[in-house]
Design a protein around this ligand. Structure first.
Ligand code: PSV
Ligand code: MN
Length: 424
């Protein structure tokens, strides 16, 4: 391990007095603080295996150094995050970027650090060196059956890897679409996609879920075959009860009301999970909550309300995953910030006075409704999130511990300056 075992305790001890003062102040006006603390400790966020190294744009990529060179090292990085925040106890794998060659070894290594395997991700948006057919013109939508078959087989292979690791879900994101008018017959593209997904669905074990991720644009810029939640929902509905929509926050057109989408999908029992990130212009995968923390809170507000209405378990009944690309930040610091932002938004949503909000709505009192939401959003819940962490044995201040121990320098010393992690 990169840092000594008692380092977190030592740093917690020096920050404890000030923390407890803040926690007492923050919790004094909250009735159900113990319940909130329990919910926060149960809440785990899956870290994407493809986002532990530096990301890049088509203009360039600037390595951070010390990037994990293989799946074992990626698990070690996540173990480090999980030790610091006790909220990153899951990994989402992307195949073939991270093939678990020795699955039982990988599974036990992860288990040693309290890490489980969240959704498996397939990749039919890139061509691999040994691949027979190209995905240049799509995968499941493709006009040629052989290409579609290759994409179906790949997804089934991904399910098989997942079975060995104890995963119970598959995320399918298709880059399929068209870049120019006239290129595609939309109906045929959709029907081919549905047919292919149907074959993959038929290979899903009974206790698995299939998440269908949509994206409005990129890499195709004229049409995307699963371009929005409507198309994803349509596919998921036709496929059956194990198929769900996955919402990636960065995959919408500007100003889309994501919280409304979430609310309706939940009501329809078709919301499967999330790829959390933030964005300003497009799918630029910025740190969760970096741009629009209020929107993040509003999404969590719908989630808490909608999940409670259906008696769902907040921690386990949806897939909570991050999908990001860290172009200039240290990926591990970025991930710590992202998990923290999610927990803050979640804690604030748990504070919403739902009884008063219902009354305000029934009286068409728009002003009071806004006040109730903003009251919760403007509450500084950071001491509460920190207390949940402290009780779970994690760091009061994960970023400070990370920096004070020079983790990145140790990783560079261990792995080298020029390593490149597989992924984005
Ligand atoms: C596509 O932009 C996406 O959001 C999908 O989830 C992919 O699996 C991931 O990013 C990595 O490319
Ligand atoms: Mn995504």
């Amino acid at each position: 391990m990169i840092f000594e075992n008692n380092r977190i305790e030592e740093l917690n001890a020096s920050a404890e007095k000030e923390h407890l003062r803040k926690f007492e102040m923050a919790s004094s006006s909250i009735k159900n603080v113990e319940e909130i603390l329990q919910k926060l400790s149960a809440f785990q966020v899956a870290i994407p295996s493809w986002a532990l190294g530096s990301g890049g744009t088509r203009f360039g990529r600037f390595s951070i150094g010390g990037e994990p060179r293989n799946l074992e090292e990626k698990i070690m990085d996540i173990a480090l995050l999980h030790k610091l925040n006790r909220s990153s106890g899951a990994i989402s794998l992307h195949i073939p970027w991270d093939i678990p060659k020795d699955a039982s070894h990988i599974k036990s290594l992860a288990a040693e650090h309290g890490i489980v395997f969240d959704a498996m991700n397939s990749n039919t948006f890139q061509d691999q060196p040994d691949q027979e057919h190209s995905y240049k013109f799509g995968s499941l939508q493709h006009v040629k059956k052989d290409v579609r078959k290759q994409a179906i087989d790949h997804n089934i292979e991904v399910i098989n890897y997942g079975k060995e690791l104890g995963s119970t879900s598959l995320t399918v994101w298709l880059a399929d679409g068209s870049s120019f008018p006239g290129q595609l017959n939309f109906r045929h593209a959709f029907q081919n996609t549905l047919e292919g997904l149907g074959e993959i669905y038929a290979s899903l074990p009974d206790d698995w879920k299939m998440f269908i991720e949509y994206k409005a644009f990129e890499p195709n810029f004229y049409s995307t075959t699963v371009g929005d939640w409507g198309q994803s929902l349509l596919l998921a509905s036709k496929l059956g009860s194990k198929a769900y929509t996955l919402v990636d926050l960065g995959h919408h057109l500007p100003n889309a009301n994501i919280e409304q989408i979430v609310s309706i999908l939940l009501m329809e029992k078709k919301l499967g999970g999330f790829h959390f990130n933030d964005s300003r212009y497009g799918d630029d995968d910025l740190t969760v909550g970096a741009m629009r923390p209020y929107q993040l809170f509003l999404i969590f507000n719908e989630l808490v309300e909608g999940m409670d209405a259906r008696g769902m378990n907040h921690a386990t009944d949806l897939g909570w995953m991050i999908d990001a690309s860290h172009n200039i930040k240290d990926p591990l610091e970025d991930l710590l910030q992202s998990v923290e932002a999610m927990k803050i938004a979640y804690a604030q949503a748990l504070l919403v006075d739902s009884v008063a909000l219902k009354a305000a709505r029934e009286n068409n009192d728009v002003v009071v409704a806004q006040e109730i939401l903003q009251d919760a959003f403007r509450t500084d819940v950071r001491p509460i999130v920190a207390e949940a962490r402290r009780r779970a044995g994690a760091a009061l201040e994960p970023l400070k511990v990370f920096r004070s121990m020079n983790v990145r320098n140790s990783l560079i010393a261990l792995r080298g300056e020029k390593t490149t992690a597989t992924g984005l």
